[in-house]
Write a protein that binds this ligand. Structure first.
Ligand SMILES: Cc1cc2nc3c(=O)[nH]c(=O)nc-3n(C[C@H](O)[C@H](O)[C@H](O)COP(=O)(O)OP(=O)(O)OC[C@H]3O[C@@H](n4cnc5c(N)ncnc54)[C@H](O)[C@@H]3O)c2cc1C
Length: 563
């Protein structure tokens, strides 16, 4: 055979990898290290270089062929190869060449160190990219760790134990009235936050992620400015998050706070108004009410915690009725006057009232308009969201957006997954955000958790579903816990019997919902769930039993009528 055989070199763990491009043709003169073909696995693309210079005499592969180490690629006339070329690296951006006009250079810059941002930065670093993480505050962790998920859960956990201890009176165990040391409680919450944010800082160090403190704004599609310094990047991941929405007519008064202010626990009000009946307002309301405040809630819409099915919310509302003096639905807050003896609030559709503290929780606004996105050509919508494709790529190919800024639901776990996708896509991997469902949880007492299609949505869209419920009043564990007010509901596709959604209300519902999320992702049907052995006695059994209810085979309830 004329010439030298050029074969696929050692390509690491990859086998049977598809040829997606043939970059040369017979008669071409090729230089040493010139790319001959491109291979693509599910994890990476890689180019195979020529081991020597020469002239291509025959091509032995075509697009679509599957090759492994040793497969013949082509025949080369001329100089014989002197050595087997090194395994090619999965395609990833080359570090930018040093250039004038920048103080620092990197493969990828991540703007914002919340759950989306730090996850993206850590994944990018793990994939071998030179990564800079820019955060305007001195601590990492963003809203979630510093003034969101974590501190609120630290306080909700404390509140749940206080409520649980009180409830033990009916079991014959009494502790007397709790004494609240607000400074100590604040310290506990701050320690929890410090432990987690400190952990992030050391993990950034271990990965050699450069953390820059400062506010980043785009100069163009390859440069950001961070407090006077210019940083040049190949890829940017925008993870600048969101902030609490404000009501413009409210006076500036320290007794009027948003969730961040409420988490500071500066004082304990006797009478507190929560403006906005969403999850964040009701979680913080729960904490203050357990610590001793009487609550009113005012909501413009016709229900609390919209998004969750009403039957789930009704259980929570009935159980929590004693916390509230008034729940004002379809009611607007019209005016607040900050007087010395209290905050005097007028409503449209309800009588005026005076409060010691007002918590404003009327939603969150994405920070899209605050990063100079226009300079990079990134489109930001009128609300401040940045639209992306399924790889989290914005309209500008080398810039990604993730987390709250990239759209609803504004949840930390969604941000984390999007962060991983963006980092992987920037490194050349074919990752997409293709999760079927994102679970939602209200960490109130009882907790409400739901995932996938809700029953209310199915009714609205006319989707044919089958719904099965298992009441916790029939759960041995829930009864033993003295908390049997909840239920577990599964929603199935009427034809395939595959689970498409579900909701749980009850203690620990936020932990239980993961099983339903997994079931939806795996395309499980009612038999798969019902035949999975759940440990007894647990509230998790209610998931299996709800599936059995759907199949008409549940023996923990009175006999079901034949379908
Ligand atoms: C009280 C409360 C409770 C919550 N509880 C939960 C919960 O239990 N579970 C849940 O999933 N979600 C919860 N959330 C929502 C959750 O906090 C957010 O969805 C999550 O933090 C979003 O992550 P992110 O990475 O998109 O942005 P963020 O966490 O908002 O982080 C963005 C970061 O970017 C920084 N930044 C912004 N602009 C710039 C700039 N130009 N330059 C440099 N840095 C910048 C900000 O300082 C911030 O640190 C809660 C939110 C609140 C307010």
């Amino acid at each position: 055979m004329a010439g030298t055989e050029v074969k696929v070199p050692d390509i690491g763990d990859f086998k049977e990898v598809e040829v997606i491009e043939v970059l040369v043709k017979p008669g071409d003169a090729v230089a040493k290290e010139q790319s001959l073909i491109t291979l693509e696995s599910d994890k990476a693309t890689m180019e195979i270089p020529s081991p020597s210079e020469g002239k291509v005499s025959q091509i032995k592969v075509k697009v679509g062929d599957k090759v492994s180490k040793g497969s013949l690629i082509l025949m080369l006339e001329g100089e014989a190869p002197v050595q087997t070329p090194k395994a090619p690296e999965a395609s990833k951006p080359a570090s930018p060449a040093p250039s004038a006009g920048s103080d620092l250079e990197c493969d990828v810059v991540v703007i914002g160190a919340g759950p989306g941002g730090y996850s993206a930065a850590f994944r990018a670093a793990d994939l071998g990219m030179k990564t800079v993480l820019v955060e305007r505050y001195p601590v990492l962790g963003g809203v979630c760790l510093n003034v969101g998920c974590i501190p609120s859960k630290a306080l909700l956990h404390t509140a749940a134990i206080m409520d649980g201890a009180r409830a033990l009176a009916s079991h014959g165990i009494s502790f007397g009235e709790p004494k609240v040391d607000l400074a100590k409680l604040r310290d506990f919450k701050n320690k929890v936050v410090g432990k987690l944010t400190g952990g992030l800082a050391s993990m950034a160090k271990m990965r050699k992620v450069t953390v820059m403190q400062g506010t980043a704004t785009f100069l163009d599609k390859n440069r950001v400015q961070v407090d006077g310094k210019t940083l040049r990047f190949n890829y940017a991941i925008i993870a600048a998050g969101s902030q609490a929405a404000k009501l413009p007519f409210l006076p500036d008064d320290p007794r009027i706070v948003d969730s961040t202010g409420a988490l500071e626990l500066k004082s304990l009000p006797k009478k507190m108004l929560v403006i906005g009946g969403g999850i964040i307002g009701l979680e913080m309301g729960t904490v203050y009410s357990t610590l001793g405040a009487r609550l009113d809630v005012v909501e413009m819409m016709d229900g609390l915690m919209l998004g969750a099915d009403r039957d789930l919310v009704n259980v929570w509302q009935k159980f929590n009725a004693p916390r509230f003096d008034k729940v004002m639905l379809k009611t607007k807050t019209a005016k607040v006057e900050a007087a010395k003896d209290g905050l005097k609030v007028s409503f449209e559709g309800a009588d005026p009232k005076t409060y010691d503290m007002i918590l404003v929780s009327v939603g969150r606004v994405p920070n899209g308009k605050k990063i100079g996105a226009d300079k990079a050509g990134v489109t930001v919508d009128e609300r401040g969201f940045i639209k992306t494709d399924s790889q989290m790529r914005t309209n500008v190919a080398n810039i990604f957006a993730i987390g709250d800024i990239a759209g609803n639901p504004m949840l930390a776990h969604k941000a984390v997954h999007e962060g991983h996708v963006a980092a992987e896509a920037a490194s050349g991997m074919k990752s997409h955000f293709d999760a079927r469902v994102v679970p939602s949880v209200a960490y109130t007492d009882p907790e409400i958790a739901w995932v996938g299609l809700t029953e209310d949505e199915a009714k609205k869209n006319g989707t044919a579903v089958g719904v099965a419920k298992f009441p916790w009043a029939a759960s041995g564990r829930a009864i033993a816990n003295g908390r049997d007010e909840g239920f577990t509901k599964l929603i199935f596709d009427a034809e395939t019997h595959r689970v498409v959604g579900g909701g749980i209300v009850g203690t620990g519902a936020g932990d239980l919902i993961s099983e339903l999320a997994l079931a939806v992702e795996m395309g499980a049907d009612a038999t798969d769930i019902g035949k999975t052995i759940h440990p007894h006695p647990t509230t998790s059994e209610s998931v299996g039993m709800a599936a059995e209810v759907f199949e008409g085979v549940c023996t923990d309830l009175p006999p079901q009528r034949k379908k």
